[in-house]
Design a protein around this ligand. Structure first.
Ligand SMILES: [Zn+2]
Length: 570
């Protein structure tokens, strides 16, 4: 158990509860909410309850105003939900120095993997701001690390944006500008801000950690100028790099002479073998943003330490400086977004591929049944807050549910089915609406006294009880020994009667896969895909891949293949 994360969740839940109840959170409700959010800790309730109580007492000791301010600062999404408003202004505050029609933002992904929810956050925020100011969004593939990049990934990112409904005003590649970047880098050498270093990677790393300068740093501008050409000819990979001349003892380690250009022999997916000296992100990012006319660059908080380097490069070159704005990185609890981890899961065959519904990739979310509008609302709810919160799937799912509920057709489904024969039952043909409130059409279901019902339902009833098959008729249950049966009682709905759902005997085999989190805390969750085998009503035979349905009293699903569905959420 990680005490600080329990505390974080407890504070959040106490704030939420206090906001709802006039400034005083109910400790029991907070305990329930925390255990609901951290179900894997239920077995340790004894140890965590005192932590939750302490956090609740702490929140209750604050004034109502302080609670509200804290909630707004740390959990704007929750506040927006509680107030029921679309707090666009609150979560997307005005940008400094932004003029209508003049704002240019950018989304610079490296084409080295499939886009995931973290990318969605970055691109949505940049896009929303461009829209807010009638400005422009640039999609710039930050493709300066050829060994990692593939055409497949450029395409996956472009179609991911398309799915999110985002149309960039300009699409370009950092690799388009390599010559310009060389020119600017050479000027930095001439000005003494960059130098050529022949140390190997390990030495550079060690010296940066120890704050130690290498011999090349002191060789002077002339030496670096003389060795510049060799970067394009005699030097091989790992024999030389170009570094920024910062300070090797700078408390901000990002300024300890970071690498600006390095030789990579691997062929590039777009430029082939034309270039082999490639700028790092730290160099390409400020130069490209400035040259592209970017006015406001929103990027996630892990780059914050590198802001100073970004500005120092542009200052030295007397180039226009965009404004950098940082926001908290988005990960969903239990779901890593690291490309390295996701790739290893795929290579091991532990998940299906980039579109596995357990993954936070856009393809995975789509296959699972999350709609792009829900992702947009989810991201806007967090806004540009820098506070690190790790939202759960539940929040994304509850937003998604609200959006799809009104437009999704209902079908009958019985999980873990058992057969039920009802004596004397009339043969009926019932018309069932696809949606209780909205006109989504209807279908006819025929019954002849033989049904399947769910085993879990059967276990709840006693021998002799009178039960109603939903929208059909009442029967008396006989449960003797291992056998199950029933006798028809009547069709009239009786007030207060218990109802169960059913499918007729010509039902179709359907399997529902329930994706779970990949991790429980730090530990890999081995049981990530629960499978429920059941039966769908006969019309489910006609459902095709990509259709969104709700299995009544079971959950919203995406049909994944014939007879197989993935649970989107309850
Ligand atoms: Zn060196």
């Amino acid at each position: 158990m990680d005490e600080s994360s329990v505390r974080q969740v407890a504070i959040k839940q106490a704030l939420t509860n206090a906001y709802r109840h006039g400034g005083t959170a109910d400790p029991r409700a907070v305990i329930g909410a925390v255990l609901g959010e951290l179900p894997h800790l239920r077995s340790q309730a004894k140890e965590i309850i005192p932590l939750i109580e302490a956090a609740t007492a702490e929140i209750n000791s604050l004034s109502q105003d302080t609670q509200a301010t804290k909630l707004e600062a740390d959990y704007p999404g929750i506040l927006a939900q509680l107030t029921g408003k679309k707090e666009e202004r609150r979560n997307l505050p005005k940008l400094d120095d932004a003029k209508q029609g003049k704002v240019i933002t950018r989304f610079p992904p490296e084409p080295n993997g499939y886009p995931h929810i973290g990318h969605a956050k970055a691109v949505i925020l940049n896009y929303r701001y461009a829209k807010m100011y009638s400005g422009k969004l640039i999609l710039r593939f930050d493709d300066t690390n050829p060994g990692q990049e593939k055409i497949e990934y450029y395409e996956a990112i472009a179609s991911g944006l398309d799915w999110l409904g985002i149309k960039p005003d300009l699409v370009k590649n950092t690799s388009d500008d390599v010559e310009k970047i060389y020119g600017l880098a050479k000027r930095m050498i001439d000005l003494g801000h960059f130098y050529v270093c022949e140390c190997n990677q390990a030495t550079i790393k060690e010296n940066r950690a120890r704050g130690k300068e290498c011999e090349h740093r002191g060789m002077g501008i002339g030496w670096s100028q003389d060795h510049w050409d060799s970067l394009f000819s005699s030097y091989q990979e790992n024999e030389a790099v170009v570094r920024f001349s910062g300070h090797m003892k700078d408390p901000n380690t990002a300024l300890r002479d970071p690498t600006m250009l390095r030789i990579i022999g691997h062929s590039h997916p777009l430029t082939g073998n034309k270039y082999r000296l490639w700028p790092t992100y730290d160099l390409a990012s400020p130069l490209e943003d400035s040259m592209d006319g970017v006015t406001h660059a929103l990027r996630s908080k892990e780059y914050e330490l590198r802001d100073e380097l970004y500005y120092r490069i542009l200052d030295a070159l007397e180039m226009r400086k965009p404004r950098l704005i940082e926001f908290a990185r988005l990960t969903l609890r239990g779901t890593p977004v690291s490309k390295r981890i996701l790739k290893s899961f795929i290579e091991e065959g532990w998940v299906d591929g980039w579109d596995d519904p357990r993954l936070p990739t856009l393809l995975g979310l789509k296959r699972r049944g999350i709609v792009p509008e829900a992702i947009g609302e989810f991201v806007e709810g967090m806004g540009i807050s820098k506070s690190e919160s790790e939202p759960t799937w539940d929040l994304l799912q509850s937003i998604n549910r609200k959006i799809i509920d009104q437009v999704t057709k209902r079908y009958l489904f019985v999980g873990d089915p058992v057969k039920l024969v009802v004596e004397n039952a009339p043969s009926l043909s019932v018309i069932l609406k696809h949606h209780p409130d909205n006109d989504l059409g209807q279908r006819e279901v025929e019954t002849r006294g033989r049904f399947y019902i769910s085993k879990a339902d059967v276990e709840m009833f006693k021998d002799g009880e009178i039960i109603r098959l939903m929208e059909l008729f009442n029967f008396q249950l006989t449960k003797r020994g291992g056998s199950l049966g029933g006798t028809f009682v009547g069709v009239e709905n009786i007030h207060g009667i218990k109802k169960i759902h059913w499918v007729p005997e010509d039902a179709v085999k359907f399997e529902v896969r329930i994706p779970g989190p990949l991790f429980k805390g730090e530990i890999r969750n081995e049981d990530t895909m629960e499978i429920v085998k059941g039966l769908g009503e006969p019309k489910t035979r006609l459902l095709r891949k990509g259709e969104r349905i709700q299995f009544v009293r079971f959950g919203f699903c995406m049909v994944d293949s014939e007879g197989v569905a993935i649970l989107t959420h309850k």
